[in-house]
Design a protein around this ligand. Sequence first.
Ligand code: GLV
Ligand code: MN
Ligand code: MN
Length: 424
Amino acid sequence: MTQIPIDVDAESFEASLAEMATFVDDTQDGWTRQVFSDPYRGSREFVAAKMRQAGLDVTLDAGGNVVGRLEGRGSKAGVTLKPIMTGSHTDTVRGGGRFDGIVGVLGAIEAVAAMRRSGVTLNRDLYVVDFLGEEPNEFGISCVGSRSLAGVLIPEHLNMIGASGDTLGDTLAKVGINPDSALRNAWAPNSLHAYIELHIEQGPLLEKSGHDIGVVTAIAGIDRLMARFVGRADHAGATPMDGRLDALSAAAAAVLTIEREGCGAPVHGVATTGRIESYPGSFNVVPSEARLWAELRSTDQSWLHGVKGRLAEQIGLEANRRGVSHMIEWLTDQDAVPTEPAIRDRIALCAERLGYTWTPVPSGAGHDAAHMVHLGPMGMIFIPSVGGRSHCPEEFTPIEDIARGIHVLAKTLSELDVTTSLAS
Ligand code: GLV
Ligand code: MN
Ligand code: MN
């Protein structure tokens, strides 16, 4: 097992991070770079150039992923070894920050550069991937590129309609990605030796515990729903309070039910209503219709399952009490995904060997890694987020913390390279 010191260039990484932050939509708050936008396209050309500089062969795959390959000694000698993959995403939420996803892509590129500078060579091919559109898009689908690579992008996803009236498939075609090819882009199940992703934690656990590195235990499952309430429009001045069928009040009661269920989760569990709309949307009309969009997350699959049933029942009871009809549509459900114990152990060991402290942490955020688990054993490395803030312009992780994460990533990649079997 190689013990050659790997020398991470934090200054060069910081310069890349700063340059990446120039590819933003100036009409939006924060560092906004949404999938399919012009700044996103520009940023991915920048990523491809950085990959080439680090010595990777770069292609854009049929799922719109920017893929950099570092050929291992095995391939050069004609020996077949399962490859290793690392990566993340460079799109952001609207009004987002400079670190979510970006650290995993630019950090992986720096890890490759650092290994090469330090004379660490790998037996296996190493792939660094900037996955297409990890954040939820206007079509309601997240992780478009990693779903495509993992074989879980399905025709129903491509038929989902966005705000402009186009489908996801139409939009892919407009940016030069053939939607049928995106459906046929999957790598074979178990074709990867390992998938590792470096990411900011996006929550407060690491900062509170004072540890340098989080070894992710599981990625939360996510259930998303849209609830629609239909009441009756009436004059807001002349209709007595007890004679109304107020759709928005029924939706508001549902928002509080969703929050109450999240607060009652026994272990890691959260519930959020992110958007609500009402019609006709006037001061002086009792709302006749309302819609809300919400999600539940937990690493505890049984809580997630139970809360779905309880929510449907309580939302229904309250709507009925108000004489409002309702409908709940479950939009997506992604099961909780545990990480591979052997990879967790290896990350922890590498952190210790480098003199860094570590602790196990769950991931409340979703990640491309949750899909890549279809292709092989998966693990994630977290670094702290200041104040636990993320998906906002204040998102921040000091460069020294990021350098530690890149260091652990590079060492873990080099050690996994010579580890024979990882799957449990
Ligand atoms: C992605 O950042 C998510 O967790 O929604
Ligand atoms: Mn995110
Ligand atoms: Mn992310």
